[in-house]
Design a protein around this ligand. Structure first.
Ligand code: FES
Length: 367
């Protein structure tokens, strides 16, 4: 048959186990070869979604499941799973001669990618005119039915009230405790390209509520004031649960040289019965700097009564009765908002940056 280009892969027995593998034929072609029910199949190794390596996935009946975000393609025809048959990857013919396995390097079908609507959060961040917008994010964990007094959240609310009433800002409070959202599933650990914007979890699970944080941070807010308690010398576990999911914001800089956070200010409120304020603040400053946030002078306020202070009820009354801390919260809001006004007026951060030595592997969707 014309147009055939048979290539010997090797002896048949060499390709029966494992049941799915990737085979690099040359610089332009890598295939996902499968063997199941005494039948070989060969399709392109490149997933239609974001180029994940199909041959490194797993088999689910006759479908190859992409290791990155679980899209499925028939291991022989290359068609997408039922309902998505038109979303297909190229298929390659195979033949066996004298116990050798051959592949026709010319595919019998072409790649076809169905259009998938982009997630609303993936729209270009553009600041709409209007008052400075301040979002407070409380990372305190508590029983939703029986909420307790949170010193960090209390100071955060004071800061937001002040921003609204005295600084004429629009404000919003997000309590992570009220949101149902999944932990990061570590797509980035598979490949920088597998960590998407918005987060792959957000794109695949409409019930995941971290979209509210993404929307606020990337699109709505000019200022974020984040509050956390100190838990064994670190920020709250809810903070870290959120922070891991924010990797997708930073990762856009790595994989696309795209800065999602521009001309935005972050500041922090940190309280705890025992100490380690500087460590918690240091982590947050480093992390939010990597996301693209800028900081006001003296970007956090904090309160701690020291290592031996186990009388926690006094910690609460300390904060409740401290006019210094309340004034400090207001002043943190003021410094943050004033900084935001200056930064926005000057449009300080432009679109392009020179990467600081970071580069992710590019995925090219050829065959
Ligand atoms: S499912 Fe394959 S790259 Fe996302």
């Amino acid at each position: 048959m014309s147009g055939e280009n048979w290539y010997k892969l090797g002896t048949v027995d060499d390709f029966k186990d494992p049941s799915l593998r990737e085979i690099k034929i040359n610089d332009k072609l890598t295939i996902a070869l499968s063997f199941c029910d005494e039948k070989f199949g060969a399709i392109s190794n490149i997933c239609n979604h974001l180029g994940g390596p199909l041959g490194k996935g797993k088999l689910s009946e006759d479908y190859v499941v992409c290791p990155w975000h679980n899209w499925k393609f028939h291991r022989i025809t290359g068609f997408g799973e039922p309902g998505f048959e038109d979303d297909r990857v190229p298929r390659y013919r195979l033949k066996i001669e004298k116990n050798d396995l051959y592949i026709d390097l010319n595919p019998t079908t072409t790649r076809n990618k169905l259009p998938h609507p982009s997630h609303p959060i993936s729209r270009e961040p553009v600041r709409t005119s209007g008052p400075i917008r301040v979002v407070g994010i409380s990372t305190t964990i508590m029983d939703k039915q029986n909420p307790r007094y949170s010193t960090s959240e209390k100071l955060l609310k004071i800061a937001l009230e002040y921003a609204k009433n005295d600084l004429n800002c629009n404000t919003m409070l997000i309590s992570l405790n009220d949101l149902n959202f999944k932990s990061c599933e570590g797509y980035y650990s598979k490949s920088a390209q597998a960590c998407t914007w918005p987060c792959s979890i957000t794109q695949m699970d409409s019930n995941d509520q971290l979209d509210k944080v993404y929307e606020a941070l990337v699109h709505w807010a000019d200022v974020i004031i984040l509050s956390t308690p100190i838990r064994w010398g670190a920020a709250s576990s809810l903070y870290y649960k959120m922070a891991e999911r924010l990797n997708c914001i930073q990762n856009q800089i790595t994989v696309r040289n795209k800065i999602l956070i521009k001309n935005k200010i972050a500041s922090f409120i940190i309280t705890g019965g025992q100490d380690n304020v500087q460590d918690v603040a240091g982590h947050m400053l480093g992390f939010f700097a990597e996301l693209g946030f800028l900081f006001p002078q003296f970007p956090f306020i904090a309160h701690s009564r020291g290592w031996s202070a186990e009388d926690m009820e006094n910690n609460i009354s300390d904060v409740e009765n401290s006019s210094d801390l309340k004034e400090g919260a207001k002043d943190l809001a003021r410094r943050s908002v004033e900084m935001a006004r200056i930064i926005i007026a000057s449009d300080l951060v432009k679109q392009k940056i020179v990467l600081s030595g970071r580069k992710a592997r590019k995925i090219e969707m050829k065959k």
